[in-house]
Design a binder for this molecule. Sequence first.
Ligand code: NAD
Ligand code: IPM
Ligand code: MN
Length: 366
Amino acid sequence: MKKQIILLPGDGIGREIIHSAKVVLNAIASEYNHEFTFHQHAIGGDAIDNYGVPLPEDTVKACHNADAVLLGAVGGPKWDQVPANIRPEKGLLGIRKELGLFANLRPVKGFKSLLHASPLKQEIIEGSDILIIRELTGGLYFGQPSERRNNGNSVVDTLSYTREEMERIIDKGFQSARIRKKHLTSVDKANVLESSRLWREVVEEKAKDYPDVTVEHLLVDAAAMKLITNPSQFDVIVTENLFGDILSDEASVLTGSLGMLPSASIRTDGVGLYEPVHGSAPDIAGKGIANPLGMILSAALMLRHSFGLDEEASDIEKAVNECLEQGYHTADLRIAGGTQVGTEEMTNLVLENLTTKSISDCICNS
Ligand code: NAD
Ligand code: IPM
Ligand code: MN
C-alpha cells in the first residue's frame, strides 16, 4: 500500500516525538511491504517563527492532498504574548476546521503493566476501557470572531452549535457504542446551558435509531467525579468541544500519564489527523525525556482508521505493551522499579519489539 503522510511536528516535545512515530511507521512499512512517504510542514509557533502565521497556506494544501496527517503538539511560553489571532493554538484549531475534523476520538485504556502507575487505586481503574468522543470544530473554541471581544474591562466568548453539528457527533457516539459495549454516556450541562438542552434533545431523538444502545445523561461536573471514582461504568462518552478537552486530560490519569493517550481527529470521509492528547510540555522540552507512546499509538490509530491496516496497528500496540511489560517506562510514569528510559530509548525498544515479533512470526511460519 502506498500512502502519503504529512508530519506536523509543531513545538516543544512535538518536535521530539514525531520522529518516534515516523521510525515506527517505517519499520511497519518494511515489514509489510508498504510505501509510506513523509513530508514535513510547519504549524504553531514553528510556523509563526518561520512564516509569520501559525497555519501557512502551504501546510493546509499539503494536508488536503495527503492520505493522513500526524501532528506533534503546538504552543509554548515563547508565543504566549503574541496577538490572540496568531497564537500557535490557532494553527491547530485552524487545521481541524479546515479539514472538517469534527470528531476527536480519545481512547482511554490502560495497559495492565501500568495499573500501579496511576495515583488512583488499582481496583478502581481495573477493567476501565473508555472511548471519549469530543466534538472538535464547534462550541466556545469557534465563537463568532465578531462577537469575541476583550476591552480590558469586559470580555465575550460565544458558544454556538447548530443542530446538524450536534447530530453528526452524537451519531458517531451511537455508532461507536454499537460496536463496543453498547453504552453511551452523553455529557452536558443541561441544567444551565441552552446549548446543552438542545444537545440532550438531539441525543434523545437519535437514541430512537439505536435501540440496542443504552443511553445515560450526565452533567459534566458529576461526570468529572465519576470518571475517577468509577471509571469502569463508562463505555463511550460523547460530549462537546471544551468538556471533551477537559475530561480527556482528567481520564488520562487512569492510564498513568497524559503522555500515554493517542487521538484520532476524523470526519465521515476524507483525510484524518492523528495526534497525542497532550501538549508541547515546555517544562520538559529539549531534555529527551518525553514519553513518545501517545504519539506512537496515534500512528497506530492512523493505520487502523485511515488506511484500514488493522494488523499493522495491532502490531504497534502489542510492541508498546511488550516494552511496558518488560518494565521500561519514561519519567512521567511514576513507577518504582523497572527501568526508566528517555524518548529515543523507548522508541528503540518499541522497534525492537516489533522486530522480535517479525522474527518469531518467521520461526512459527517456517
Ligand atoms: P501539556 O500537555 O503540554 O503538559 C502538561 C503536563 O504533562 C506537563 O507537566 C508535561 O511535562 C506533561 N506531559 C505532557 N505530555 C507529556 C509526554 N509526552 N511525556 C512526558 N510528560 C508529558 O499541557 P500544558 O503544559 O498545559 O500546555 C503547554 C502548551 O501546550 C500550551 O501552549 C498549550 O496550549 C499547548 N497544548 C497543545 C496541545 C496540542 O498541540 N494538541 C494540547 C495541549 C496543550
Ligand atoms: C488539545 C489541546 C488544544 C485544544 C489546544 C492546544 C487548542 O488542549 O488538543 O487537547 O484545546 O483542543
Ligand atoms: Mn487539551
